[in-house]
Design a protein around this ligand. Structure first.
Ligand code: DC
Length: 232
């Protein structure tokens, strides 16, 4: 069967990655979390003193450091899940912290950072057979993706999900701080000059405030079959 590219874009904590991961597993595709790549660059910038106390990244220093930032994904044999490596070090846990979440949007707005990560993402999708989630996958990274989904839910529902996820991981969390972070990221992601978060014209919208994960999965797999059967 012809392999396709599946782009899943949407707001932070809209459940994109849960869906994208499960869909990749169900159809035997590779899953790539593009947000993890922006988070890894942000962690690098934080650890190298490239973010001022007011949160402004030193774009010049970070752009100069980009050639020395290597990001890879490796499957954890214990969980079967893909984890993020930054210059050979597993940073999967650290990149999910609120410290990184708080600084990732300004870093993601730097055009050279986007250019470099977009090139890496296109390389990962070279052989198709990939599910990638993010903000600009269907618009900028793979405008020719055969299947595009745009996921949305209210900020409160998304904050509750993120809060629960942090608690389950044993990471300190405060609901109001999580909600504030989500609103701020939505704003920066939507209004940045390069590749702002927006629905691709040919993306199918999924608003998932009130649908269960199994219902979403059934919907997604059905959409995948409809699209691939048209391509035969
Ligand atoms: O999906 P996430 O919340 O882990 O993404 C973290 C941040 O990375 C998000 O606030 C915006 C940025 N991002 C982006 O600009 N483009 C992408 N394709 C993916 C993420």
């Amino acid at each position: 069967m012809k392999k396709i590219i599946i782009a899943i874009d949407g707001y932070s904590s809209s459940g994109k990655s849960t869906m994208a991961k499960a869909l990749a597993k169900a159809v035997g595709y590779v899953y790539v979390d593009s947000g993890a790549m922006y988070r890894a660059v942000t962690l690098y910038a934080l650890d190298h003193g490239m973010i001022a106390p007011d949160g402004t990244p030193d774009a010049e220093a970070l752009v100069a450091a980009l050639p020395g930032i290597e990001i890879r994904f490796e499957v954890n044999p214990g969980t079967g899940l893909s984890e993020t490596l930054l210059n050979g070090v597993n940073v999967e846990r650290e990149i999910r912290s609120l410290r990184v979440s708080d600084h990732v949007s300004p870093v993601s707005a730097i055009p050279e950072v986007r250019e470099r990560l977009t090139a890496m993402q296109r390389e990962l999708g070279h052989d198709r057979g990939i599910v990638m989630d993010g903000r600009d996958i269907g618009t900028t990274v793979f405008p020719d993706a055969e299947m595009k989904v745009f996921v949305d839910a209210s900020p409160q529902v998304r904050a509750r999900r993120r809060f629960k996820e942090l608690q389950e991981k044993g990471m300190p969390a405060d609901y109001d701080a999580v909600l504030k972070n989500i609103r701020e990221r939505d704003h920066i992601d939507r209004t940045r000059a390069v590749s702002p978060l927006r629905k691709a014209d040919d993306a199918v919208v999924l608003v998932n405030d009130h649908i269960s994960i199994p219902e979403q999965m059934a919907w997604l797999i059905d959409l995948y079959h409809q699209i691939t059967s048209r391509l035969q």
